[in-house]
Ligand binder design. Structure first.
Ligand SMILES: [Zn+2]
Length: 82
């Protein structure tokens, strides 16, 4: 009797797993959409002040000019709303 229950539970779990897996066959492609915002993280730019390489997300962009930090932006005469 316990065995039958075990296989019933196993079958139910397998069915649910199969349903959720086959329900979205293209989910793998949807997990990593080519969002334009995502690419910014991989963009490496050079600081206009010191020439250091830094990711776009870690630096400061002022009217198209990139700086590795706020300090360097200000040191180059950029006005930041601090
Ligand atoms: Zn810099």
């Amino acid at each position: 009797m316990v065995r039958i229950l075990f296989f019933l539970v196993l079958g139910a779990v397998a069915w649910v797993a199969y349903k959720s897996w086959s329900g979205k066959p293209l989910s793998k492609k949807k997990d990593t959409p080519p969002l334009p915002g995502r690419n910014e993280e991989a963009t490496i730019l050079t600081c206009k002040h010191c020439g250091a390489f830094a990711p776009l997300t870690e630096g400061v962009m002022v009217e198209g000019r990139f700086y590795c930090s706020k300090e360097h932006a200000q040191a180059s005469g950029e006005r930041l709303g601090v």
